[in-house]
Design a protein around this ligand. Sequence first.
Ligand SMILES: *Cc1c(COP(=O)(O)O)cnc(C)c1O
Length: 226
Amino acid sequence: MGIKQNIEELKSKIPSEVTLLAVSKTKPLEYLEEAYKAGMRDFGENKVQEMAKKAESFHDDVRWHFIGHLQSNKVKYLVDNVHLIHSLSSISLLNEIEKSFGKANKIANTLIQINIGREESKSGILEENLYELIEAIEKCNFVSVKGIMVIIPIGDEESNRKYFRKTRKIFDELKEKEYKNINMNILSMGMTHDFMTAIEEGSNLVRVGTGIFGERNYNLGGESNE
Ligand SMILES: *Cc1c(COP(=O)(O)O)cnc(C)c1O
């Protein structure tokens, strides 16, 4: 395993103000431990149960990010250990988060996931429905929105840059407004193959899985967003 070297190489490329999120979905705890030893504290998972299980038996000072498609009936399993939910994508999910976190008297930190490429296969809210969601967010008591997350369509660098720019524009527009419960600080975009372009276009959180842990075994599942 070259996990430590991978992380060191990534850190040398990524500006220090950009958060490197280690996407550890499908990977066993020994791999996460290697990353932890190399200094990583932010880990990303896309399955609720897998994240809860890992959180139970791993270091307490880890920040767990939920980056997968989130079903309403699973929100309650996130309450105890999630640091940031990257995939707030509908009003019904928002209401479930408000309810589950409210019960525990905790604030849910979230990012709005935008389906910037308008792909049917991907979750995320469409731009034209954003303001309806924002209105609902303003009525919440237990939800805090910290920024935006996108998974862009597969494409070449030019296409990637176009989607990152489009997202950045929305991010900047929302940042200027004053909405209750919304503070635009985190722009979560960029993965193993496009994170440098994403950073050039304003990303301050990149989600890297393969580039740290190596290829995933697709037969074991885990790719619910792709
Ligand atoms: C799996 C996944 C990643 C990491 O993808 P890599 O190409 O392995 O870096 C990032 N973001 C999300 C939402 C994912 O599901």
